[in-house]
Design a protein around this ligand. Structure first.
Ligand SMILES: Cc1cc2nc3c(=O)[nH]c(=O)nc-3n(C[C@H](O)[C@H](O)[C@H](O)COP(=O)(O)OP(=O)(O)OC[C@H]3O[C@@H](n4cnc5c(N)ncnc54)[C@H](O)[C@@H]3O)c2cc1C
Ligand SMILES: *[C@@H]1O[C@H](CO)[C@@H](O)[C@H](O)[C@H]1NC(C)=O
Ligand SMILES: *[C@@H]1O[C@H](CO)[C@@H](O)[C@H](O)[C@H]1NC(C)=O
Length: 497
């Protein structure tokens, strides 16, 4: 069975979902030979486990497709039996949406769809929906010395990452991962398989880039790659004398903000983040598309002008592409991770703040933030403040005409990440307090939040406002009703909730 008219499907879903449909879904998937795992299967507990163990939702069924037809059949069965559906790419959703975002959903785990093929003529990489970033980066490099912009953690999946942003230290140069998508193969809510691009099924192509969780299951991404640089600069500075006083912290960050917005020294070749570790560490790490000699001569003097001398780390190094990725990846001498059966986890609560470029961070906001974190936290945490904007940033040259993605005018993006959230539940309130400390101290600024650090503590309405804003959200809602009228692609913050 290929296409079921939407009207019929809607009718069937309405009739069947009125009573318990667990048996029906088992029959439906069984009759089409869709590979499934049920709560009674031995492999279920590990397959169901999300990256974030704080939110361990229990799917009603986990589908493990090996071909597109399995996904199409699964979606049609979910329609007929009244189940909500989420794809699972790398499983790294901060809110465990890829486990459904509630108990009892259908999860379509794409880990068997992990092929990466580089077209040597177009330099477009065809990347399966279940590929993880480290394997993708290694594979396109091995196939043709190509590269893509994306996040640093090798275990993150392209599926969630590229459809909800995708920032790394090459993004000011090359854009976010989302910007590299030139086409997708996607299964829609009616079970149809579509190729979508700027010229083909362009509405759905637009919506998927920013809201894929609400619109379909992407089976393949077609990504425009870049030549991997022969060499680029990794820099890192570390201080134990910045967090020692409010004045020292605020002055240091305000200087980095002046630096980041100074067009006589910053262009699209540089990116960095400031990192506060639990305890007393303050570091800055980044990338420069150039040589260490040039960085030391023309950039470092302005970057470090007037701030305390780095006391702990002082590294500026020319690196080849893969070793550079390994340094940021944090694994032991590799960026390759298991294609299937990946089993790394954390237990955390995190949220984000996007800081509009036109306002930047005020003295007040930084002082308030400093006073808040100085009081100590109930468990370990880190804060990363990444540079998105500034002169030449490729992230901010696009708008919501290009894709259904709104975070195009940020100077900084905060990630506030609290660990051990299961054993120390107080860390959740504490991390919420970090956000409040910044936001309340700068009341005239309209802060937002970053979609890929999806925050389960927001109501659906709050989430729609901070991630999309009213105008973009209302456009997405129109398309949601058109392409997924029975709202089967669902999580607690999906479009239409
Ligand atoms: C350790 C760690 C490091 C991180 N580092 C960075 C970073 O450097 N930069 C950055 O920008 N972000 C980073 N993130 C955040 C990361 O980008 C998001 O969590 C991302 O959404 C994860 O993608 P995934 O496929 O692994 O997640 P999943 O949990 O599988 O998916 C996330 C959401 O996308 C949907 N989805 C997944 N695959 C598909 C698909 N094929 N089709 C349609 N919908 C799909 C899911 O249904 C779910 O709603 C990091 C996260 C972690 C846990
Ligand atoms: C650049 O500066 C770092 C210290 O910050 C030093 O270790 C490195 O050798 C310098 N490199 C060049 C090429 O000047
Ligand atoms: C911008 O950088 C230049 C070059 O280092 C420097 O001379 C100038 O003072 C900087 N401007 C600001 C506002 O910091």
């Amino acid at each position: 069975m290929k296409l079921i008219p939407v009207v019929l499907v809607g009718l069937a879903a309405g009739l069947v979902s009125a009573y318990d449909s667990a048996e029906n879904i088992m029959d439906c998937l069984g009759s089409k030979d869709v590979p499934t795992y049920w709560p009674t299967s031995t492999a279920y507990p590990e397959l169901a486990e999300p990256f974030n163990l704080r939110l361990p939702y229990k799917p009603a069924v986990i589908v493990l497709p090996t071909v597109a037809q399995h996904v199409q059949d699964a979606v049609v069965c979910a329609q007929q039996c009244g189940f909500k559906v989420q794809a699972r790419g790398g499983g790294h959703s901060y809110a465990s949406f890829s486990s459904g975002g509630k108990d009892g959903s259908m999860v379509i785990n794409l880990e068997e769809m992990h092929k990466v093929e580089l077209d040597k003529k177009t330099n477009i990489a065809k990347v399966g929906g279940g590929v993880r970033l480290g394997n993708m980066a290694q594979s396109i490099y091995d196939q043709g010395k190509r590269a893509l912009p994306h996040g640093t953690c090798p275990g993150v999946g392209i599926g969630g990452h590229a459809t909800h942003g995708g920032y790394g230290y090459t993004s000011r140069t090359w854009g976010i991962a989302l910007d590299t998508i030139v086409a997708v193969d996607v299964v829609l809510a009616d079970g149809s398989l579509k190729h979508a691009s700027q010229t083909e099924n362009s509405e759905i192509f637009w919506a998927l880039r920013g809201a894929a969780d609400s619109f379909g299951i992407v089976l393949n991404f077609y990504l425009q790659t870049e030549p991997a640089p022969d060499s680029l600069v990794f820099f890192q500075f570390g201080w134990d004398n910045v967090l020692t006083s409010e004045k020292s912290f605020v002055d240091t960050v305000l200087h980095f903000q002046d630096f980041a917005t100074n067009a006589s020294v910053v262009d699209d070749r540089i990116a960095f983040g400031m990192n506060l570790e639990y305890g007393d560490h303050f570091t800055m790490s980044g990338t420069f598309f150039g040589s260490a000699a040039e960085f030391n001569e023309t950039i470092k003097p302005e970057l470090l002008r007037g701030v305390p001398k780095p006391t702990v780390i002082n590294t500026v190094e020319d690196m080849e592409w893969i070793p550079y990725l390994i340094i940021f990846g944090g694994l032991d001498n590799t960026i390759n991770v298991p294609e299937t059966g990946y089993d790394m986890h954390d237990d955390f609560f995190a949220k984000s703040i996007t800081v509009p470029e036109k306002d930047g961070l005020s003295h007040n906001a930084l002082a308030s933030f400093y006073r808040y974190i100085s009081k100590g936290s109930p468990s370990s945490y880190f804060v990363i403040i990444n540079l998105y904007g500034g002169p030449g940033s490729a992230i901010n040259t696009k708008d919501t005409e290009f894709a259904a993605y709104n975070d195009r005018d940020s100077l900084w993006v905060f990630q506030n990440y609290g660990e051990k959230a299961n054993s120390v539940p107080g860390i959740v309130d504490w991390i919420n307090g970090v956000n409040d400390a910044v936001i309340d101290a700068q009341p005239l600024t309209e802060f937002g939040a970053y979609l890929n650090y999806v925050d389960p503590s927001y109501s659906a309405a709050e989430a729609h406002k901070v991630y999309y804003g009213e105008e973009l959200y209302s456009k997405l809602l129109v398309l949601k009703k058109k392409y997924d009228p029975s709202f089967i692609f669902w999580n607690p913050q999906a479009i239409g909730v």
